[in-house]
Design a protein around this ligand. Structure first.
Ligand code: ADP
Ligand code: MG
Length: 658
């Protein structure tokens, strides 16, 4: 090894520039981010030959003070942070003070700028980072940067650039993302004299999405707006019946900065689990707002990766945001909800008339749309209830007997599973729980003091909830011995009986049955894990115990499994537990592993009633009730839809009545 030298300034500048400026798109990204930080409302980007020969960025932002211009080209010159404390709380896109110096070092660069308070602007011209001229210039408020002949002084770098068209495509991708995350700014991108993108800048994210991706994409989206634990998630995500073959159209922004984030990707996919087909992916444009001091953006020179201090909250906020948006836009749930509202209003007005002498009750407001709330323990498997009644039915009163109503030879499963066959919805009716049995306090109507009035109203709500399953639903019949046809309110619905029953059984299996039946192993199974997986497993021991896994520490990063859920006893426990540990260490909400889940799928599929089965009217009616009383039951475990729905309006339109 030779003698150690301090590198010449020119060489060190070039090395540093290489970290930030890899290709024309890096320049566009840095300069447009500067324009955004400068408070612009309109930004024009013009490129020629994929940006290799020419890049121009014009903005109408705050501009440069004349004396700041030469300083801005020095390395680590920034107006955005002043101390190390500021690094913990970065609210701007830039902060490293490297971009202008790096770009100037590898190109011929011109900057013209004027602030609103100056009469004249200034223009500076640099070649390979050296100032060639600096003079007064007539120009509008704002800044124009022109970068020519990129890498003219480092020809080796030029060789690594792709064809012009590929470089232009990368630039388009970057401008698209900046435009999506800044809908209040109008972006115009011109490539070789052709306008490639022009966003309205009206502050509406959907308009920006429409301008960037077109109407097919924007038309398949539903809004997202949700806040949980200090994390706010807004934007748009794909409808449950729309999907893409890969993740390329999942766009995440954290505090309006485009990021690639495993936490965000995992959370959205968990939110869509069982709602879209296996092998298909949701698409979205989501902005995740977190307190500036709870995210580290100083992880990567291109600032595309971020680190969250509380990954769990970010994961949960996105997960619940997606669940909530999907539930709110589920047609069947909405149709049922509006029927319920109608029935509730009728019930309430009847009650009001009868009791008006004794108590005054405010006319009930329409029910809030369904919003998923994290009611479970942080690490428990996702079980979410949309109404209190549902919660009462499924959690608080688990003692209802389950009845096997369908048990033909060809679909029975082994004895120990037969009780999962069918759940009699009668047993789920809250109505069946008389007030005496219920734990709801009974308040005498004659004493309508303020506080009690509220409790009073909640009792009335309970009573209404009891009526909720008495929705006006009429079964029309069966089609092809596969689909149950029924009407409710102004809607005609077709229900796939196998898919519906399969999902009901799958949820049932997943949520409760496994907890009840365990199998003690003759010989413990030893599972070796990484330290992260091991820690995750130990931290969630209680949850895993409740699922039927009993294990103990067995040396470094190793566990000995002593008991397993009965239903899994003949399967490869090592693989299942390892899968679960990996999921837990990745903070997934639903920890059941792929192997375990496939298993549950196949048990549910085998046990469910099939197309072409002969079923009694009662069975079909019960299946309808199961579906309408649980808005989780909308897709089969593989993501196929369970119901299709047509409104009276749509049908009448087809017949030309409207
Ligand atoms: P950083 O953005 O990390 O601060 P840059 O090298 O990109 O570093 O920019 C240096 C400084 O130049 C910025 O801090 C800002 O004060 C100023 N600046 C850059 N671009 C613009 C612009 N378009 N309008 C106004 N000021 C700008
Ligand atoms: Mg910058």
């Amino acid at each position: 090894m030779g003698k150690i030298n301090i590198l010449d300034k020119n060489i060190s500048e070039l090395i540093a520039a290489g970290e930030v400026i890899e290709r024309p798109a890096s320049i566009v990204k840095e300069l447009v981010e500067n324009a955004i930080d400068a408070g612009s409302t309109a930004i024009t980007i013009e490129i020629k030959r994929g940006g290799i020969s020419y890049i121009r960025i014009t903005d109408n932002g705050c501009g440069f003070e004349k004396e700041d211009i030469p300083v801005a080209f020095k390395r680590h010159a920034t107006s955005k942070i002043t101390s190390t404390d500021d690094l913990d709380c970065i609210a701007t896109l830039g902060f490293r003070g490297e971009a202008l110096a790096s770009i100037a070092a590898v190109s011929k660069m011109e900057l013209t700028s004027k602030t609103i308070s100056e009469q004249f602007g200034s223009s500076i011209y640099l070649e390979a980072g050296e100032e060639v001229s600096f003079e007064e210039a007539g120009c509008p408020d704002g800044t124009t940067m022109i970068v020519k002949d990129l890498f003219y002084n480092v020809p080796a770098r030029l060789k690594f650039l792709k064809k012009d068209i590929s470089e232009a495509n990368v630039i388009c991708g970057i401008v698209d993302k900046l435009a999506l995350s800044n809908p209040h700014i109008s972006f115009k991108l011109i490539s070789d004299n052709k306008v490639k993108l022009h966003t309205p800048g009206n502050g509406d994210m959907l308009s920006a999405i429409h301008a960037v991706f077109g109407k097919d994409f924007s038309g398949a989206l539903i809004p997202v707006d949700y806040e949980y634990n200090g994390v706010q998630v807004t934007g748009y995500t794909s409808k449950a019946n729309a999907s893409r073959p890969n993740r390329a159209m999942q766009h995440f922004f954290v505090n309006t900065r485009y990021v690639r984030s495993k936490v965000c990707t995992a959370a959205i996919e968990e939110g869509y689990k069982n709602a879209i087909m296996i092998g298909k992916f949701p698409f979205c444009v989501l902005d995740v707002k977190v307190p500036f001091n709870s995210v580290d953006v100083n992880v990567h020179p291109a600032k595309i990766e971020v680190r969250f201090t509380n990954e769990r909250s970010v994961f949960d906020a996105i997960y619940f945001a997606i669940k909530s948006s999907l539930a709110k836009t589920d047609h069947l749930t909405n149709a049922i909800q509006s029927n319920k509202n109608l029935a509730n209003a009728q019930l309430l007005s009847k009650f009001k008339n009868e009791e008006s002498e004794q108590i005054k009750i405010n006319v009930e407001k329409p029910k809030e749309p369904i919003v998923y709330q994290p009611k479970m323990q942080a690490q428990s498997t996702a079980q979410v209830f949309s109404t209190k009644a549902e919660y009462e039915v499924q959690v608080k009163k688990p003692t209802h007997k389950e009845v096997v109503v369908q048990k033909e030879d060809n679909h029975t499963v082994s004895n120990d599973l037969s009780q999962f066959q069918y759940i009699n919805p009668e047993s789920l009716k809250p109505k069946a729980v008389s007030k005496k049995e219920s734990d709801i306090p009974i308040i005498k109507l004659e004493q309508p003091i303020e506080e009690e009035k509220e409790i009073q109203q909640s009792i009335i709500h309970e009573e209404q909830a009891a009526q909720e399953y008495d929705l006006p639903i009429r079964m029309i019949g069966e089609l092809f011995k596969t689909y149950i046809l029924f009407e409710t309110g102004e809607n005609f619905i077709m229900l796939d009986k196998h898919a519906a029953h399969e999902r009901i059984l799958y949820e049932k299996l997943k949520k409760s049955i496994l907890t009840e039946q365990k199998q003690m192993l003759l010989k413990p199974i030893i599972v070796n894990l990484s330290s992260a997986e091991f820690n995750a497993l130990i931290a969630n021991e209680e949850l895993l115990n409740s699922m039927g896994f009993v294990f103990e520490e067995f040396g470094a990063n190793t566990v000995a499994v002593r008991e397993v859920p009965l239903v899994l006893s003949h399967y490869d426990i090592q693989t299942i537990l390892l899968d679960i540990a990996v999921k837990l260490s990745e903070n997934k909400r639903d920890v059941s592993s792929g192997v375990y889940e496939n298993l549950l799928h196949s048990i549910a599929c085998r046990s469910a009633i099939k197309a072409n089965d002969t079923n009694s009217i009662e069975e079909l009616n019960e299946l309808i009730r199961m579906v309408i009383t649980n808005d989780e039951i909308r897709n089969c475990p593989h993501g196929r839809p369970i119901v299709t729905m047509s409104s009276k309006y749509e049908i009448e339109k087809q017949f030309g009545r409207i």
